[in-house]
Design a binder for this molecule. Structure first.
Ligand SMILES: NC(=O)c1ccc[n+]([C@@H]2O[C@H](COP(=O)([O-])OP(=O)(O)OC[C@H]3O[C@@H](n4cnc5c(N)ncnc54)[C@H](OP(=O)(O)O)[C@@H]3O)[C@@H](O)[C@H]2O)c1
Length: 289
């Protein structure tokens, strides 16, 4: 079973940069309409210009929506209905990642991360899945992270949200099996060419892949109807080996990562921390104003 990409309508959250923007570029040559969602629509305009200069007949709808706000999600769904836009494929990319010790982080920041990474994909999927099932065709591509498999002190909330996305994707996939809807989770490691959550430096080269490569692998796996994909051969092997390790070894790796986080916090608080055992490197919790 293949998701209805060709000549379909694909909605991408967090399309202004990173993996979302790369997926928009890849999809633009095949879909009929792209619905690009971001909290600042001005940041989407250069992408729309770029795509229309290549594919003048492509429909590109820009939707301003802070996906963490329920009223914005309601407005987004209402706007789609008023434009008679039927979403064939939902790509959940908008997400947040921050590093910092849990007890020292602002609750507001943690709550925002929880909403972006858990509440948003859950709600948007809930809003858009039923019509897909009624039509007997559709797809949901969830961009997650390899952190779902790790104990990541210093990114505790982030790692926990990634476990949610794992369970959510796999369970929902079983619920809709045989009903024409493909649900896939992508779990990348560190990406080399800097989305705002990406930090290339300090990561072993065999781990790093470009955003474009990640998007390409993600899309290919989605089209094959796979449940889970780990983009990049180095990352893929590590992810396949991790479940074979006893929990105590994973805890040891987590402790190593924590040491790195603490060292960075002491020596270079402005720098983005790089944990050797952590294939997912995240933006630092912003300093409260
Ligand atoms: N980059 C990596 O190294 C890496 C590694 C593993 C997994 N991942 C995962 O891949 C996904 C995308 O990562 P990325 O690096 O491509 O991210 P990114 O470059 O930081 O882009 C995130 C996108 O989401 C948008 N966004 C964030 N909060 C939003 C909100 N409340 N409402 C609407 N849009 C919002 C951002 O736009 P605005 O800032 O304009 O709102 C931006 O377009 C995430 O799930 C991440 O966990 C990334």
């Amino acid at each position: 079973m293949r998701p209805p990409i060709d000549q379909g309508t694909v909605l991408i959250t967090g399309a202004s940069e990173g993996i979302g923007r790369e997926l928009a570029r890849l999809l633009s040559r095949r879909v009929r309409t792209l619905v690009l969602v971001d909290r600042d629509v001005a940041r989407l305009k250069p992408l729309r210009e770029e795509l229309l200069s290549l594919y003048p007949t492509l429909g590109v709808l820009l939707e301003q929506c802070d996906v963490c706000e329920s009223r914005d999600i309601d407005a987004l769904v209402a706007s789609l209905e008023s434009h008679f836009v039927r979403v064939d494929v939902l790509v959940n990319t908008a997400a947040l990642g921050r590093q910092g010790l849990y007890a020292e982080a602002r609750w507001g920041g943690l709550e925002e991360l929880l909403r972006a990474n858990v509440w948003v994909p859950a709600l948007l999927t809930h809003r858009l899945l039923a019509p897909m099932l009624e039509r007997g065709r559709g797809g949901v591509l969830n961009i997650g992270s390899g952190a779902a498999q790790l104990f990541l002190p210093g990114s505790t909330m982030f790692a926990a949200t990634q476990r949610f996305l794992d369970g959510f994707t796999e369970s929902l996939r079983l619920e809709v099996e045989g009903r024409g809807v493909v649900i896939t989770r992508v779990a990348p490691g560190p990406l080399g060419d800097a989305g705002s959550q990406a930090v290339g430096a300090g990561v072993a080269p065999f781990f790093q892949i470009s955003l474009e490569h990640c998007a390409r692998v993600a899309l290919a796996a989605f089209e094959r109807g796979e449940a889970l994909v780990y983009p990049g051969w180095g990352h893929r092997w590590v992810m396949r080996l991790l479940p074979l390790l006893p929990r105590m070894v994973k805890r040891g790796l987590g402790r190593l990562a924590l040491r790195g986080v603490r060292r960075e916090a002491l020596t270079a608080p402005e720098a983005l921390p790089v944990g050797l055992a952590s294939p997912v490197l995240l933006a630092r919790e912003p300093t409260p104003a």
